[in-house]
Design a protein around this ligand. Structure first.
Ligand code: SAM
Ligand code: SF4
Length: 339
């Protein structure tokens, strides 16, 4: 049975945050210190995640599960969770391209420890990986992530390729005055290393609250910078994927931009989210949450959980209003929601 929101959008993609903790402290995401971590008892267990995911996949025909955080690789035994999720089956009667098969399983990671996990995650059934990389300069990397880990991240990307993930996608948040001078450099890295770079517009979800509209480098500016050096052409409509994509005219691959702020793609959104503490959110920028941790631990049946999921999806709004006076920053920040 499809899960359809009040605006007729069918929900296909569930993003699951497995932890609010992280081994980095990216300036656009977390403060240097002072984050208040969730107590472990308030974090969904693998069994609870699997149970909820099963309802989404097997009852509501959700065919994409993305594991995120915080940093998902720092949660112990992630491979076990991937193995469990790989047992799920999208109903054979579904219109999904994954009908009768396991859902598409993906992960977003900072890549620092991916060398250690790439093969086992792949063997466990992880299909795709996105690795975050905002700069290729070691000092800038340390400034942006507050960790001197560029070398390990680059190695993590190589490990992902060696393990057979294809394409490996690179998420690069662009912040004006910080790394906007590296757009072409990162694009060249993608071309030379056979990875798909996707630039992300800086969103007002940083813990420091220093987001300002003029710190956003918009899609048009990013595309113009790349096009001036490596001519590109827009690929046909993206469907529900958040990135618009372009191909290099010389055959150098594909590059993407996620234009959340300057060209919101809410009309095509098919995503919902589960935080590490079991709060269900119908939008990255939602200001309301639905407490599935409590429901599960109070003994809700699968039918009751499914009914609550439907009720929650019934409140999904048409879209966020970043940049307008009506915009209200969510109480939680990116690392607490799961980007
Ligand atoms: N720790 C993992 C990582 O960094 O890839 C997964 C979680 S992180 C919150 C998910 C994605 O959100 C990353 O690509 C990160 O760069 C992005 N992100 C974090 N804060 C952001 C912000 N304020 N604006 C735009 N993207 C942001
Ligand atoms: Fe950690 Fe990812 Fe946030 Fe950076 S963006 S602090 S790696 S959760």
């Amino acid at each position: 049975m499809d899960l359809i929101d009040p605006f007729g959008r069918t929900i296909r993609d569930l993003r699951i945050s497995v932890t609010d903790r992280c081994n980095f402290r990216c300036t656009y995401c977390m403060p240097e210190e002072g984050m208040k971590w969730l107590p472990r008892s308030e974090v969904l267990t693998f069994e609870e995640i699997e149970r909820l995911a099963r309802i989404f996949v097997e009852h509501f025909e959700v065919d994409g599960l993305r594991l995120t955080g915080g940093e998902p690789t720092i949660r112990a035994h992630m491979t076990l969770l991937v193995q469990k999720l790989a047992q799920l089956r999208v109903p054979a009667t579904s219109a999904s391209p994954f009908a009768g098969r396991k859902p598409d399983l993906s992960m977003t990671t900072n890549g620092a420890t991916f060398r250690l996990l790439a093969h086992e995650l792949r063997d466990a059934g992880l299909d795709r990986v996105n690795i975050s990389l905002d700069t290729l300069q070691r000092d800038k990397f340390e400034q942006m992530t507050r960790r001197d880990e560029l070398v390990r991240v680059l190695d993590g990307i190589e490990a992902a390729k060696e393990a057979g993930f294809s394409p490996v996608k690179i998420n690069a948040v662009v912040e004006r005055g910080v790394n906007d001078d590296e757009i072409v450099h990162l694009a060249r890295y993608g071309r030379d290393n056979d990875v798909q770079v996707r630039f992300i517009e800086f969103m007002p979800l940083d813990a420091g609250g220093h987001w300002l509209n003029n710190k956003v480098v918009g899609q048009d500016e990013i595309v113009a910078a790349i096009h001036a050096v490596f001519p590109i052409e827009l690929l046909p409509a993206r469907g529900s994927a958040p990135a618009d994509t372009w191909r290099y005219l010389d055959g150098g691959g594909v590059v993407g931009v996620i234009p959340t702020v300057t060209k919101p793609f809410c009309d095509d959104c098919d995503r919902v989210r589960l935080t590490a503490d079991g709060q269900f959110r119908t939008c990255l920028f939602a200001t309301t949450e639905f407490d599935f941790l409590r429901l599960i631990r109070d003994g809700a049946t699968d039918a009751e959980l499914a009914a609550e999921i439907q009720r929650a999806v019934g409140t999904k709004w048409a879209g966020h209003s970043i940049g307008q006076v009506t915009f209200v920053r969510p109480r939680r920040t990116m690392s607490q929601i799961g980007g």
